[in-house]
Design a protein around this ligand. Structure first.
Ligand SMILES: [Zn+2]
Ligand SMILES: [Zn+2]
Length: 476
């Protein structure tokens, strides 16, 4: 079909798409607490004629909207959760919290979900008009930042019926996301001991805080004996009380344990479990542990990636006004360092040279071009719950420019950009690219067959869900 039909459909719905994004920006709700955001999405899906399913997998903010019937079934993944401590006024180039300590969309998920929904609406229109045949499903996926919502949805049977899943992430480059992310296991370790006067009778105390500290020391020594690509990070969620003259009877640590695969991440987590037990034994305290969540490593699909790249180079790229470029320059001046975007994924020296040229040695304020696509293996040390989807159906993703080049992640600058024309233009571009790729998959069964063939090979080991049946999503 003529892609311009889909592009036009996105443009016609631009007020709905960007309006939704702006509302989600305002709500800025944290992981698994996105009640108002989910309600807003569901209202738009219903108004647009989608069949809506709510409370997916017992999660009140997980939902889906589908349209059409039969095969193929193409899914779009939408996120909409915010981050704490990043409240920020929109469109200003200095830190200016709206609410001290409040939340903000520091990862651009207000844009992410709206762009994916925009694509679903455009494909729906094409199905309705008889230009495309099949089913489009928009998944409202809560809690990406704090809970790995898609993992719970994947564990409970979502995504398996899709022929392919597509998504995107706001960013500073127009670029296909390649390679794999680390698998992760998030654990909580809760130590309990006996309180006592720290000076009068410390011999009667058993310090949970000591145990937590010894556990951390043990894990520091573990690091030398971990595999490459494994990592461990921790935080104290409870360090006992604030009085130093008390032997602290409680202490709780949260550990993020990462490996190249779910199998290696789980194995590393069991070694960390043993260290926790050792720390409890050393201090005469007790320890209990439970898993909070986890994510699988991401499987890439080169056919889908090429398809997204083709659509990224076909869709009309946004043009930016002088005012938008000046805003991007002012914003860029606030970044700690002018990192060269895209270099992490383009390690080939020829590409590196091209990227440097294209970005005018990293000085370009807005990357108004599409990065070359080079299918290669790249390992990203972070984790995403898109990984879990990628084990159940062929999945690919890309980034579209929604903020200035070199913008730091999870920052006030991202929140500030979240309602600007720059962000809106990138979101509409993402909707067009996703819709175009979905149309190609619906129209071209042999292309979809190639996508599935590659998936059968990469996912041959089957989905090793990183969370067991006992793990429940943490609200908040
Ligand atoms: Zn994030
Ligand atoms: Zn994100």
């Amino acid at each position: 079909m003529d892609k311009n039909y889909l592009y036009q459909a996105v443009e016609e719905k631009a007020p709905v798409i960007t309006g939704l994004s702006d509302k989600i920006w305002e709500y800025a709700e944290l992981s698994m607490m996105e009640a108002k955001s989910a309600a807003e999405y569901i209202a738009v899906l219903k108004a647009e004629g989608f069949r809506v399913q709510e409370n997916l997998c017992g999660i009140s903010t997980a939902f889906s909207g589908s349209f059409g019937c039969g095969k193929p079934v193409i899914g779009f993944l939408g996120e909409f959760d915010a981050l704490s401590g990043l409240s920020q006024a929109a469109g200003v180039s200095q830190p200016q919290p709206l609410t001290e300590g409040g939340c903000g969309h520091g990862c651009g998920h207000n844009l992410l979900g709206a762009g994916a929904l925009g694509a679903a609406i455009a494909v729906k229109k094409a199905i309705e008009a008889g230009h495309l045949h099949g089913t489009v499903v928009f998944y409202g996926c809560p809690g990406e930042e704090g809970c790995a919502g898609k993992t719970f949805m994947a564990r409970d049977g979502m995504f398996r019926d899709l022929d392919a899943a597509l998504t995107w992430h706001p960013g500073d480059t127009n670029e296909i996301t390649i390679g794999s992310n680390a698998a992760s296991i998030q654990m909580e370790y809760r130590f309990s001991g006996n309180a006592a006067h720290a000076a009068d009778d410390p011999w009667n105390g058993r310090s949970a805080l000591d145990a937590a500290e010894l556990m951390n020391v043990g894990v520091q020594f573990l690091r030398e004996h971990m595999r490459p690509k494994e990592s461990v990070h921790y935080s104290f969620s409870d360090a006992g009380g604030i009085s130093p003259n008390v032997v602290q009877p409680t202490a709780t640590l949260i550990y993020m344990i990462r490996g190249e695969t779910v199998r290696t991440a789980k194995a590393l987590a069991r070694r960390v479990d043993d260290i926790a037990k050792g720390a409890a034994l050393m201090t005469g305290t007790a320890v209990t542990s439970h898993q909070i969540d986890g994510t699988a490593n991401t499987l890439s699909n080169s056919i889908l990636e090429q398809l997204l790249h083709d659509n990224l180079t076909t869709a009309p790229l946004p043009e930016y006004t002088q005012e938008e470029i000046l805003f991007a320059r002012r914003m860029k001046a606030t970044f700690a360092s002018s990192s060269l975007p895209g270099l992490l994924s383009n390690e080939d020296p020829r590409l590196r040279k091209l990227v440097i040229q294209k970005t005018e040695h990293g000085r370009k304020a807005i990357n108004d071009f599409v990065f070359p696509y080079v299918p290669s293996y790249k390992f990203s040390p972070g984790s995403t719950d898109v990984g879990d989807v990628s084990w159940l159906t062929p999945t690919a993703q890309f980034t579209a420019v929604t903020w200035p080049s070199g913008c730091p992640g999870h920052s006030w600058q991202i929140v500030s950009c979240g309602k600007t024309a720059l962000a809106h233009k990138g979101t509409l571009l993402a909707a067009k690219v996703l819709a175009g790729a979905a149309a190609d998959l619906m129209e071209n069964p042999s292309l979809l067959a190639q996508v599935r063939d590659e998936f059968e090979i990469t996912a041959a080991d089957g989905y090793d869900c990183p969370i067991g049946p006992e793990v429940v999503p943490v609200i908040g």
